[in-house]
Write a protein that binds this ligand. Sequence first.
Ligand code: ARG
Length: 464
Amino acid sequence: MAEKLWDGRFSEKTDKMVEDFTSSIEIDKRLYPYDIEGSIAHCRMLAKTAIISEADASELIEGLAAIKLEIERGKFRFDNSLEDIHMHIEARLIQKVGKVAQKLHTARSRNDQVALDVRMYLRDETLKTIKRLVLLTKIMVDLAKTHLDVVLPGYTHLQRAQPVLLSHHFMAYYEMFSRDIDRFKDGLKRINVLPLGSAALAGTTYPIDREHTARLLDFPKISANSIDAVSDRDFVIEFISAASICMVHLSRLSEEFILWSSSEFGFVELPDSFTTGSSIMPQKKNPDVPELVRGKTGRVFGDLVSLLTMMKSLPLSYNRDMQEDKTALFNTVDILSECIEIYIKMLPKLKINHEAMQQATSRGFLNATDMADYLVAGGMPFRQAHGCVGKAVAYASRLKKELHELTLEELQSFSSHIKKDIFDILTTDQMINRRTSFGGTASVCVKAAIKAAEKELKLKLMVS
Ligand code: ARG
């Protein structure tokens, strides 16, 4: 059992069960690069302010760098009795460089240290998430560009409603993922605040220079209140919340692919390399990837609820409950990155069945609204036109026909306003291309949306 760094006032050894219960090393060891980088910056600041000597700082920094190598090479021993990553690194530093290592923790507490580590980690992960999402949105735009001539039924209530361009559908996902990017970017502003220097909760008596540490660690802002700095986990909640919304988008896309790849729809075929077979039914090709993305979404929501619940009754300032934040956060980061990445790989290999989509568009009275709009253009109030077309739909469906398959005489029996030109209006091409309202599905609008998206993406690709 390793010696504790805090046992001065204790007369009894910690119970082994308590050590295991309170230890977080298995979870928080992934913070080690940030913990070390943060400690190095802290040392530099301590030397600059003459709180420790330059010689001591150099020794500490050398030791910390050597520990980083040990961990990277798998040569570092982790042990529950040392609680967490912060204690592990400090204890090892003492072993390596001796007494001088005991100066590292001057003007610092694990409370501001862990807040710093999590912020540094999450800053990196947020940037990585944004990069992945930029790639994903680019793929959406590419798909929209390559399928500009494909039409499918647009649905409401999962009932065929009106025809839309498949490109328009893909661009809807472009919009969703773009909003996700904006949300993660916005969160960065609040992640990027240096808590170090708040010490345990009240600040410190040493003449530290927090601005200097902030510069060294590339933080544009330092926290304004030491109590808040050690007890704030809003930025973690915000990340998981943005991740939850992003998972909703991925899950809805997944649900569509699951439906669309069924023989009932037959709109898409998922690549063989991204599907699995059944151990009993030889004909099966299962959409496990989208199913698992949909399934994992619930786990991310769970992380959000668990963090909100964990925080809601905590009195200020730091409480040990907060150690649990990392389990939720890391789980969310892992799931989100894996799900985005698998989509980035799978989407370009998607096979689209144009005919099945076209076929589905031609049946189900998708042109009923257009017929009503036609009557309105002829002077009929919309409600009356709606009723009139309703009757025509009932009539046609008794004959197992579509509206455009009725004769002109049959159509005219519902309204004398109807002329021969109605048949132009009822074609899929017209239904799509007459919807030119901004953001509509007409080919010109979708092309303009793609152009705008490409412009936006160029900028995003440049910064990310
Ligand atoms: N492992 C702890 C955590 O993750 C570090 C902070 C411990 N602070 C304390 N006062 N015991 O929250």
